[in-house]
Design a protein around this ligand. Structure first.
Ligand SMILES: [Zn+2]
Length: 93
């Protein structure tokens, strides 16, 4: 039996309460700015939502927060306590 698992290396990193925009990498950890949304696995900060063009289908799928909820609160709520990111590397044969 061929075990391919040994060719996969996974690193799990706990990023705590850090909130970074997945598009522009701006740090919102200490920000109280409202806006932004979640689209798929990507968090779009308020600035990126204002400047990037989205299709109607993307708007329909986006997870938005009420106007009084900060981008930071939205991201942390969607994470639901799981503040880990996983980096998977496939080793060359
Ligand atoms: Zn951004």
């Amino acid at each position: 039996m061929n075990d391919n698992r040994k060719d996969i290396d996974e690193e799990v990193i706990d990023i705590g309460d850090i909130v970074i925009c997945d598009v522009c990498n701006a740090d919102y950890t200490e920000s109280n700015e409202c806006g932004g949304f979640i689209l798929g696995t990507w968090a779009y900060c308020p600035q990126c939502v204002r400047t990037k063009k989205f299709t109607m289908q993307e708007y329909a799928r986006a997870i938005c927060a009420p106007a009084w909820v900060t981008f930071r609160q939205l991201v942390l709520a969607v994470r639901n306590g799981d503040n880990t990111i996983r980096i998977t590397n496939w080793k060359n044969r």
